[in-house]
Design a protein around this ligand. Structure first.
Ligand code: FAD
Length: 311
């Protein structure tokens, strides 16, 4: 086996990939992990992960993820921050390409997760990092006593609006729907919170500002009226897009761009597994993503032992 060979390659350093790495390395498999740009994935910037077993008061993602990584390293997993750029089959082994070259393995766990969707409106790209943000816990503390906007009405938008109230003086939620869609555990405190104002039936059409964001242009969907809302920052939580472009059509994806698997996280191609929010039907929670990672690692271990892909 060369240095570029191993038993299992894991693509993704979110909770799914980290858990897969831990379980695979503990099974004695030579395990290489490519984490890409965000070690810890979506969770790394979450101030308080709710509903994760063992932490009744929640835990910050930036505390949980490094602990799981340390556990995986102690078990023998080898990490790199490179991003996978291609996945191909060579003489019965999978080859994962990154800036560091190729790694070959009989089994690959794809755990590349999701990225936040953009609004796709004028000014957004230009003012990203200058008022347009996807990270309440990173940028909220810099906005003390200011008014900020949150776009979206689902769990992420509501959870992050609540996080922002710890820092800013006022949060305006701008939501295109007629009512908030997030779960009651977030919706009720948002609706009760005296620092939060909810504007439904409202679409953000433009981000305004010269060197930094100063306002957004909104339109009411009910009567078409436009208005400018003065804000110090805009936090965008309108959904998540799966990170599957790097697969270059090696795998068939579902209509949402996610990877179909069976209940052992096996894809339709022998040796390829998918775990976490990149796969079809993911429950979308940290605990389920970690569970997927563990299931995928166990199934990969079994595949390597059997030497056969039993359907
Ligand atoms: C704002 C917000 C709040 C949330 N709050 C909660 C909560 O309180 N409780 C809860 O249970 N869940 C919460 N979630 C959901 C939770 O974040 C996800 O379920 C979980 O992060 C999914 O983990 P994952 O490993 O599948 O994917 P991700 O976390 O998306 O991780 C993907 C990983 O893949 C890597 N990657 C991407 N492309 C490549 C590539 N080409 N090569 C190598 N690596 C790559 C990334 O760098 C990253 O490390 C929240 C989500 C959001 C957005």
């Amino acid at each position: 086996m060369s240095n570029n060979d191993c038993d299992v390659v894991i693509v993704g350093g979110g909770i799914a990939g980290l858990t897969a790495a831990l379980v695979s390395a503990r099974a004695g498999r030579r395990t290489r992990v490519l984490t890409g740009p965000a070690l810890g994935g979506q969770l790394i910037s979450i101030e308080r992960i709710d509903g994760y077993p063992g932490f009744p008061d929640g835990i910050p993602g930036y505390e949980l993820c490094p602990i799981v990584q340390e556990q995986a390293v102690a078990a023998g997993a080898d990490f790199s921050a490179a991003a996978a750029t291609n996945l191909t089959l060579h003489e019965g082994r999978w080859s994962v390409t990154s800036r560091e070259g190729e790694i070959r393995a009989a089994a690959v766990v794809i755990a590349s997760g999701t990225s936040s969707k953009e609004l796709g409106i004028p000014g957004e790209e230009r003012l990203r990092g200058k008022g347009v943000s996807h990270c309440a816990s990173c940028d909220g503390p810099l906005l003390r006593s200011r008014t900020v906007g949150v776009v979206g009405g689902g769990d992420s938008a509501l959870q992050e609006a609540l996080t922002l109230t710890q820092h800013v003086s006022r949060v305006i939620i701008l939501h295109r729907g007629a009512s908030l869609s997030g779960q009651a555990a977030y919706r009720d405190p948002v609706l009760r919170h005296d620092k939060i104002e909810v504007r439904t039936n409202t679409v953000v059409e433009e981000v305004i500002g010269d060197v930094g964001l100063t306002a957004v242009r909104t339109r009411r969907t009910t009567d078409g009226s436009q208005s400018d809302v003065e804000l110090a920052a805009l936090f965008v939580y309108i959904g998540l897009a799966p990170n599957t472009a790097w697969l270059n059509e090696t795998l068939e994806l579902d209509a949402s761009g996610r990877i179909p698997t069976d209940d052992r996280m096996r894809t339709r191609r022998p040796g390829l597994f998918a775990a976490g929010t990149v796969r079809s039907g993911s429950a979308g929670r940290a605990a389920s993503a970690g569970g997927d990672g563990a299931t995928a690692a166990v199934a990969a271990d079994q595949y390597l032992s059997d030497g056969a892909w039993r359907v």
